[in-house]
Design a binder for this molecule. Structure first.
Ligand code: ZN
Length: 193
């Protein structure tokens, strides 16, 4: 099975390694802004933040930090509601963070949902993480002071889990999804010419 295409952007904001932990949960975020704005923010050492991935509304995937390393996307814990949050361990050490373009009130594009689901499925396979709502969580479930990350519409998380499980059950859907994203990108490139 193909791995999905990612564009490496990099960020100086991360820890090398995970202090003995490995990725166990995937944390879904909203950028509250654009993909290019996030590229710049994560590239800036002064921001002190990053995530492993950022996904654009057109389905483009940017990578900032290697999965083996700890990105700085969910370091604060406040009244966590996710049941697999560990006591007294920085969540950055055992999570992978995925940012999404847009604002909490936005409706997600199909391209962004498909790309996110493909990436979730790939990560889950790589790290033996079950694809369910206990392991794919919203940022708000770790940090209650960010109730709108990733979205006003909490059903989006169920939708991502459902899409990713469908893809796992039927790998041809992944190929189709990749094809759709590539077609979309080709169209965008053509329009920009
Ligand atoms: Zn967040």
């Amino acid at each position: 099975m193909n791995t999905i295409q990612k564009i490496w952007k990099g960020s100086p904001n991360f820890w090398i390694g995970r202090k003995g932990y490995k990725p166990e949960l995937i944390v879904i975020h909203i950028m509250d802004g654009t993909l290019s704005g996030t590229d710049a923010w994560f590239a800036n050492p002064a921001s002190q933040v990053s995530a492993h991935y950022g996904i654009g509304e057109n389905g483009e995937i940017h990578q900032y930090v290697k999965e083996e390393d700890a990105a700085w996307h969910a370091g604060r814990v406040d009244a966590p509601s996710a049941k697999l949050v560990k006591a007294n361990v920085n969540p950055n050490l055992y999570t992978i963070g995925i940012e999404h373009e847009g604002k909490p009130e936005d409706k997600w594009t199909d391209e962004m949902k498909q790309a996110s689901a493909s990436l979730i499925r790939e990560i889950c396979q790589r790290w033996q993480i079950p694809i369910d709502r206990d392991h794919i969580i919203g940022h708000y479930q770790i940090y209650s002071k960010k109730p709108d990350c990733p979205s006003h519409d909490k059903k989006i998380l169920n939708e991502l889990v459902a899409l990713a499980s469908q893809q796992q059950a039927n790998p041809s859907l992944v190929e189709e999804g990749i094809k759709k994203i590539e077609e979309g990108l080709a169209l965008i490139k053509q329009t920009l010419k």
